[in-house]
Design a protein around this ligand. Structure first.
Ligand code: KG4
Ligand code: ZN
Length: 353
């Protein structure tokens, strides 16, 4: 079984080839990721430019993925493509390309949810990674905590009420004059920063132990405003920049890690999986490992598979195809595609202190 996967939900044009023997785990034969640099000039992703760039690069990116995998188009057995959520114009490029190719080759097509892709990313590198686990998904567009009792079953424990964690990193990066994306630059700078010189609020940390719907919710927009205030009152930004980055990062990580650890305690699961672009942050995985100690292991994919890529879309797509699912020629991209297999929130997950 040879599967071509395509991802164009935001500002990466990516294609990957996965090879799988039934019912084994797939191996990654190739993964090409082209990051669109154009958005740096604007300090954030410009949707119209993203769509145009995908149009220009999708064909060579797929060709390169096939060549690296030494696979001809005709050898493909199936095609997986991100159908949402994301920028609808950007998604459209991948979906139209995937649909056209599937029709031309008369092969099955599967539309994949981008976040289910992030959940599957570690399976390509860590063969023993499997549910049950708690997932902390932290990207530029999402921040959520999920209870994953089995593949395809996702119970939403909590999500952000405003900015996503990655979005907060990006906005604070701009405030500190670090350019886009802010996450990697803040992480680098924070290593030199002194902890505690700027103590920012830990938003919604106090909801842990509350028997309400916000126990696992996040909020990062107030934190961004607190950093803005500190930047404005700083008399020497050159001197304070690294300490501000450290203070901000420490606040975000503490909230993420405490809520994830609470979910691990409540479920008793042996594994915490961290996925999405913010999972590239080494301080985050280190803090989670330290906080959880022996009670659970922390699973994080390599950086290449944590930022947006087609390999993870292929892994999730293969799971869906093996479940007997398939998308029709009517597959449409959806900016707000709901996660398939979302279970209702359960009262039993609450933890009281
Ligand atoms: O998953 P992703 O590649 O795209 C989305 O689906 O959004 O995530 C991109 C986000 C950006 O906000 C970026 O700043 C953040 O991930 N990010 C990081 C780091 N590397 C990327 N945030 C914190 N620390 C990092 N090292
Ligand atoms: Zn993503």
């Amino acid at each position: 079984m040879k599967l071509l996967a395509i991802e164009t939900s935001c500002d990466e044009t990516s294609a990957a080839v996965l090879k799988a023997d039934q019912p084994g785990r797939p191996t990654l034969a190739s993964c090409v990721i082209l990051s669109q640099d154009i958005h740096r000039v604007f300090g954030g992703v410009v949707p119209e430019l993203a769509s145009r760039a995908h149009l220009g690069t999708i064909v060579p990116v797929v060709d390169e993925a096939l060549a690296e995998a030494r696979v001809e188009l005709e050898d493909l057995d199936a095609i997986a493509v991100t159908a949402g959520p994301g920028l609808v114009g950007a998604l459209l490029v991948g979906v139209m390309y995937g649909k056209t190719l599937a029709r031309r080759l008369a092969r099955p097509l599967i539309g994949v949810h981008h976040l289910e892709g992030h959940l599957f990313a570690p399976t390509l590198e860590q063969p023993d990674f499997a549910p049950p686990f708690v997932a902390l998904l932290v990207s530029g567009g999402h921040t959520m905590l999920l209870d994953v009792p089995a593949w395809g079953q996702y119970r939403l424990l909590g999500a952000t009420r405003d900015d996503a964690a990655g979005e907060a990193f990006d906005k604070v990066g701009t405030l500190l004059g670090l350019g886009y994306p802010g996450g990697p630059a803040i992480e680098r700078l924070a290593r030199e920063g002194r902890p505690g010189r700027f103590r920012f609020p830990r938003p919604m940390l106090n909801t842990i132990g509350e028997d309400g719907p916000d126990q696992y919710s996040f909020s990062f927009s107030g934190l961004k405003t607190a950093v803005l205030r500190a930047v404005r009152t700083s008399t020497d930004l050159e001197r304070d920049r690294a300490d501000l980055a450290r203070g901000f990062q420490d606040a975000v990580l503490e909230v993420l890690v405490e809520k994830a650890a609470t979910a691990i305690e409540a479920t008793g699961y042996p594994t915490l999986a961290i996925g999405g672009g913010v999972a590239c942050n080494d301080a985050l995985s280190a803090a989670a490992s330290e906080r959880l100690g022996r009670s659970a292991r922390v699973v994080v994919a390599s950086k290449r598979l944590n930022t947006d890529n087609a390999a993870m879309i292929g892994a999730a797509g293969l799971f869906r195809l093996r479940q007997g699912e398939q998308s029709g020629a009517d597959l449409e991209p959806r900016a707000d595609l709901p996660l398939p297999g979302l279970l209702p929130a359960s009262a039993s997950i609450g933890i009281s202190r």
